[in-house]
Design a protein around this ligand. Structure first.
Ligand SMILES: [Zn+2]
Length: 162
């Protein structure tokens, strides 16, 4: 398997310093909310998949990046990304106002890791989808799945239940 050599090994080893103590009220709130609600977006996604008849998936399958939802036989993977931690390109979450250096580095590493795991999967023949938390909000969730489900169905060789 050819390896992509454009990533310097040192970038893997960069360490993020310890998280700053409650940098600001707002940041602390976001961090806590992220932890507490960690699985809720995943549950929303899995419910929609079940309703559409796209079952048989595995959770956190042992492939690169441990995708949240995966059909290993078909090599189809879904990551459900929190907007704050993974720096969503759609809703562009705000940058914390304090400890900026820490957050910039932290987010860079998160994004590097995200890109690396998607690339590793794609190189191994996987189809990779990313669903962002903000795409699961009440107003937009229907549209999100109207677009995604037919694509998934085709990749999975299944027909949709609806
Ligand atoms: Zn977002």
């Amino acid at each position: 398997m050819p390896r992509v050599a454009d990533q310097s090994p040192s970038s893997d080893r960069r360490k993020v310093p310890r998280a700053p103590k409650s940098s600001s009220e707002a940041t602390t709130k976001v961090m806590k909310a992220n932890k507490r609600d960690n699985t809720k977006p995943e549950l929303l996604v899995r419910r929609r998949l079940r309703e559409a008849g796209l079952v048989g998936y595995r959770l956190h399958w042992k492939a690169a990046g441990r995708p949240d939802v995966a059909w290993p036989g078909k090599k189809v993977a879904i990551f459900v990304n929190g907007c704050f931690w993974h720096r969503c390109p759609h809703c562009k979450p705000s940058m914390p106002k304090t400890n900026v250096e820490y957050w910039v580095l932290k987010f860079e590493l998160n994004q590097e890791r995200d890109m690396r795991k998607i690339r590793e999967l794609e190189e191994a023949g996987w189809k990779v989808h990313v669903i962002w938390e903000c795409q699961l909000k009440k107003k937009v969730i229907d549209r999100t799945f109207e677009e995604l489900l037919p694509v998934l169905a085709e990749e999975l060789d299944k027909s949709l239940a609806r």
